[in-house]
Design a protein around this ligand. Structure first.
Ligand SMILES: Cc1cc2nc3c(=O)[nH]c(=O)nc-3n(C[C@H](O)[C@H](O)[C@H](O)COP(=O)(O)OP(=O)(O)OC[C@H]3O[C@@H](n4cnc5c(N)ncnc54)[C@H](O)[C@@H]3O)c2cc1C
Length: 367
């Protein structure tokens, strides 16, 4: 029987494994560094002191029959068709699905690795949580979705903190006029100071330095400026882009190694001319498309390229408020937004469904 090995059991890897094990005539093994599923889209909640439910991967994979190996992937030997684990064990594959996700961008500015707190991983979010109990001033660097969600969550949960957000772009630049106005009013309500169009050039133990030399004192710096990906694909000789994301075609197959597929944040996926942004919202359909393509090839058919349209951007603004920005197919904003409690509820449902789909993988009829 053919052996499919999936590296990483985050949103995209786990879905790919569950789908492949259910739908293909294949043995499926998933390798993940921990035995729990990390709901990354809730890590700002963890940082803000909330308790997150634990999800054992064994439970989430049980129904499909995919085998879980808890270990860290050290390297991939593409010529031997093998994955080498930290424990030293090689695992041989016929088809490899690479889904190792992303981590924080710690190298772009001096001092980030030593002094700043990312919210990209469970351990980092827990470390930030421990620091926040001391109070003081928190500076969130990065005005993207993670920075917006983190600063509002922290300000709502810790009203005694002074929260400030710094962004290099215009604040809310990817939102419609109504979306931006709502964001500004929410930040005002929560007392979050915003400085936009500023560049942080250094992070120190006592704050950040801006281009031009201004020092902004801060007790805690939260770093949310973007994600980087693991180096394993590059080190294995797989074709990658300048950021190390695996280059795949529109069926998620590596452009250099036909028995390897890349999904989620770790792959550079294009639909038409557009590169899909790193997101759970894209990672799930990408995983489905990859398994559909593997199934089609196993059946001797040529798979169809992935089709994808963006619908909305779902932004939590604390637990009681939210902003749903409806977007065009290419992710550019429409004027329409949903705000307030209904938006918070909508976002919560989306987050729950990203977990629900792991137990009940929805397969399009063409699968
Ligand atoms: C605070 C926060 C809020 C977010 N909010 C949203 C949102 O609202 N909407 C949205 O669409 N996206 C959101 N995102 C982005 C989203 O979480 C990611 O895009 C998504 O998790 C990517 O899924 P993935 O499967 O590619 O990777 P991941 O979910 O990161 O999974 C990768 C897996 O691989 C494992 N792994 C990595 N390296 C190794 C190794 N060497 N050996 C073994 N295992 C390894 C990891 O432990 C992990 O289990 C948010 C992210 C953060 C941090």
């Amino acid at each position: 029987m053919t052996h499919i090995v999936v590296l990483g059991a985050g949103y995209s890897g786990q879905l790919a494994a569950n789908l492949a094990a259910r739908r293909l005539d294949a043995e499926v093994t998933v390798v993940n560094e921990r035995d729990r599923f990390v709901e990354r889209v809730r890590l700002h909640q963890l940082a803000a002191g909330q308790e997150l439910r634990e999800h054992k991967l064994a439970d989430l994979l049980r129904k499909s029959g995919a085998r879980l190996v808890v270990d860290r992937v050290r390297s991939i030997d593409t010529s031997a068709h093998a994955v080498i684990l930290e424990s030293g064990e090689p695992i041989h594959y016929d088809t490899l699905i690479y889904a190792l996700g992303s981590g924080p961008d710690l190298e772009s500015v001096p001092g980030v690795a030593a002094h700043a707190h990312p919210v990209t991983g469970a351990e980092q979010a827990s470390r930030l949580r421990a620091r926040l109990s001391d109070g003081g001033t928190v500076t969130v660097v990065g005005g993207g979705l993670t920075g917006i969600e983190a600063s509002t969550e922290l300000a709502e949960s810790y009203p005694e903190l002074k929260v400030r957000l710094l962004t290099g772009d215009a604040f809310g630049s990817r939102l419609s006029t109504r979306g931006r106005a709502y964001l500004r009013s929410t930040f005002k309500r929560l007392g979050i100071e915003v400085r936009d169009s500023v560049q942080v050039t250094e992070v120190r133990a006592d704050g950040v330095v801006l281009a031009g030399g201004e020092h902004m004192p801060s007790d805690v710096v939260v770093w949310t400026t973007g994600f980087t990906v693991p180096a394993l694909a590059r080190e294995a000789g797989l074709a990658v882009d300048e950021h190390g994301r695996m280059l795949v075609d529109e069926t998620m197959r590596s452009v250099s190694h036909p028995d390897v597929y890349g999904v989620g944040d770790a792959a550079s996926v294009h639909v038409g001319d557009q590169e899909l942004r790193m997101a759970c919202a894209t990672g799930l359909p990408i995983a489905q498309a990859a398994v559909r393509a593997i199934a089609a090839r196993a059946a001797g058919r040529e798979p169809r390229p992935m089709r994808f349209r963006f619908v909305n951007q779902c932004i939590s603004l604390g637990r009681r408020d939210g902003l749903i920005q409806f977007v065009h197919a290419d992710d550019s904003p429409r004027e329409a937004v949903l705000t307030g409690r209904p938006a918070a509820l909508y976002k919560e449902l989306v987050v729950r469904s990203a977990l629900l789909v792991q137990r009940h993988p929805a397969i399009p009829t063409s699968f």
